[in-house]
Write a protein that binds this ligand. Structure first.
Ligand code: FES
Ligand SMILES: [Fe+2]
Length: 440
């Protein structure tokens, strides 16, 4: 360690060198910039520099279209045609009810600024999500009961109401009551639309769905690190999965598929025809997992404990080991908590929302410790996206099997099905074949 006089001396020298550098740059820079060559050089260097800075600093947003991922292209057909063919010819199997009871994401908070309205599809319905100037978010049915105009397409936010773009009827957000008909003397009591029970937290707007109209029996946990901005947003992915909603969370309890589907390194890509190729065989993901339902009062939650490591040429690099706890809350929300010895911690919030009986919108948003360079969470999100897209290729093409042929080691799958069945009730809607969605 330096003695006090030495450190003072070093500090003085450093200050002197620093001051000289600053002074000379102030003095030299204007002169240097008078030279056209220096100006061109500076311009040439600043363009890629700025671009790099923007790429590194801005959040990673990977938004896939329904036909983008999970299909093997067929000769002479576009990707959309291939996807539609696969959807048409696939055997559906004996499906569980299609819309489980629970909370679902409708959109992210930043998609609905104050005084605006946004249209979204969830649970087979068209919804209008609007935010008052005071900041309160409301979710109502999108179709006006008067003559059916879509309130989210041209509708205006007026106070705590949404005004229909067709004849100007106004509906109050919190209870759906019609408060004004511009050309009528009296507003009838029965004039109202459905207002959905909603909440906004973790940067997301959620709605509650129950087939019997029962009010929420549990709440979504607030992730305090997000609210307090200790963990900040670094990006989001969006996918469409052509399968029954239960297939997606069931993946957590299907332990055997991890060491098969997800073992090849992410460099092997997402096309399952090639992920086992010998070229990238030297990188392998190793998973140690345990899935378990939580006891009362959190029966609606389950937990997947996951230890992940990487082997390169058979060698284990313990420095990049990462532990993940994936906590499923209800039928459509999962918090994937990451904790690493020196790369910090954060969460990916996965939200699965059924748009149609066999079409799920899946969003992954990553929030990460703010003092960690954004390249770390963006890499995690990208890696997670790659592994997820391998599952998408399976889900988009598979049939749901209600009585699967299982071995002892698959016991977690039946356990998961029993756990998930709590989200269905007698009147939960079943798939009918006319309900197949439109072509893409
Ligand atoms: S359709 Fe909405 S006011 Fe007429
Ligand atoms: Fe998987």
């Amino acid at each position: 360690m330096l003695s006090v006089p030495h450190s003072l001396l070093s500090l003085s020298v450093l200050c002197l060198v620093g001051a000289t550098l600053v002074a000379s740059s102030w003095f030299l820079l204007p002169r240097l910039l008078q030279s056209p060559t220096a100006q061109i050089l500076l311009l040439l260097l600043s363009v890629p520099g700025l671009w790099m800075w923007r790429v590194l600093a801005r959040p990673l947003e990977l938004l896939r279209s329904p036909e983008d991922v999970g299909y093997i292209p067929e000769r002479g057909r576009t990707r959309a045609q291939t996807a539609n063919q696969v959807r048409r010819r696939r055997r559906k199997g004996e499906l569980p009810p299609v819309y489980p009871n629970g909370w679902y994401r409708v959109l992210d908070s930043n998609m609905v600024p104050p005084g605006t309205v946004n249209n979204c599809t969830a649970l087979g319905e068209q919804l209008a999500v609007f935010r008052t100037q005071e900041g309160k978010v409301n979710v109502v049915d999108a179709y006006c009961p008067h003559l059916g105009a879509n309130l989210a397409v041209g509708g205006q936010v007026v106070g705590d109401c949404i005004e229909c773009p067709f004849h100007g009827w106004q509906f109050r957000g919190h209870d759906g009551k019609c408060t004004r008909i511009p050309y009528a003397e009296k507003v009838p009591d029965f004039a109202k639309i459905k207002s959905w029970t909603s909440c906004e937290l973790n940067g997301t707007v959620y709605v509650w769905y129950h087939c019997d109209g029962i009010e929420p029996t549990w709440t979504i946990p607030e992730q305090e690190e997000i609210t307090k901005k200790e963990w900040v947003y670094h990006g989001r992915t969006e996918h469409y999965v052509n399968a029954h909603i239960e297939e997606i969370p069931e993946n957590a309890a299907d332990i055997a598929h991890l060491d098969f589907l997800h073992q090849p390194g992410i460099v092997s890509g997402v096309d399952l025809r090639y992920t086992k190729s010998k070229t990238w065989d030297f990188v392998k993901h190793i998973w140690k997992v345990q899935w378990r339902p939580e006891p009362a009062p959190n029966k609606h939650c389950s937990e997947l404990l996951l230890e992940h490591s990487i082997r390169i040429f058979g060698k284990h690099f313990s420095l990049i080991d990462v532990n993940v706890v994936a906590r499923q809350v209800g039928p459509g929300i999962v918090f994937l908590f990451f904790k690493h010895a020196f790369l910090g911690s954060g969460v990916i919030v996965q939200c699965v929302t059924p748009m149609e009986p066999l079409l799920q919108q899946v969003s992954h948003s990553i929030y990460y410790q703010k003092n960690i360079p954004s390249i770390v969470p963006k890499f995690i999100l990208r890696a997670e996206c790659t592994q997820f897209e391998r599952d998408v290729m399976i889900w988009n093409n598979k049939k749901y099997i209600s009585k699967p042929l299982l071995v002892k080691e698959d016991a977690g799958i039946q356990k998961h099905r029993r756990w998930y069945s709590q989200f269905y009730s007698e009147n939960s809607p079943q798939m009918t074949f006319q309900e197949e969605g439109l072509d893409w």
